[in-house]
Ligand binder design. Sequence first.
Ligand code: MN
Length: 199
Amino acid sequence: MFQPKNGKFEMPALPYGAADLAPALSQESILFHFGKHLQTYVNNLNAALPGSAYEGKSIEDIVKNSEGGVFNNAGQILNHAMYFLQFKAPSMNNVPSGKIAEAIVRDFGSFEKFQEEFQAKGVALFGSGWVWLSVDAGGKLVITQEGNAQNPMTKGLKPLLTFDVWEHAYYIDYRNRRLDYLKALWSIVNWGVVNERLG
Ligand code: MN
């Protein structure tokens, strides 16, 4: 998904303006979370690459094969890129369509039941991490909690959708109210992107 250019990873290009996700996520939140937190992970990884075994490798290759500081920064680049690129401006009654909608009903019973389980796992994740929707090798959808910089890819799953539950993701807009933040994100999910990831 992400290849380095001239030995360095670049920031992904957002498909929306920094103010366009409000009120779910404010412009200030995007400017800090995308503009500062993600930029730091990119800078840190780029500084660690020269002379390492990871020079010229894709971000997925690095995530699958590294550990320690390189893994943490590469994982956070991949996780944040998937997070920020899966959003769009908010809309009323923003529900999944197409193949992902059918798979959610098949594996969770209904979109509402899926939302409840996804939110509950996001709220229950202790400390910093991510809640993910992925598809397993048999085509079944699964929800997993991943701590810190982890990505379901390292468990052989194909990641489709993620909500960041590090405090930096919601403290500007929601303070300590993680559940309110998770509920608000449903209004900005671009289900077309999730369908593309499902393939
Ligand atoms: Mn984050």
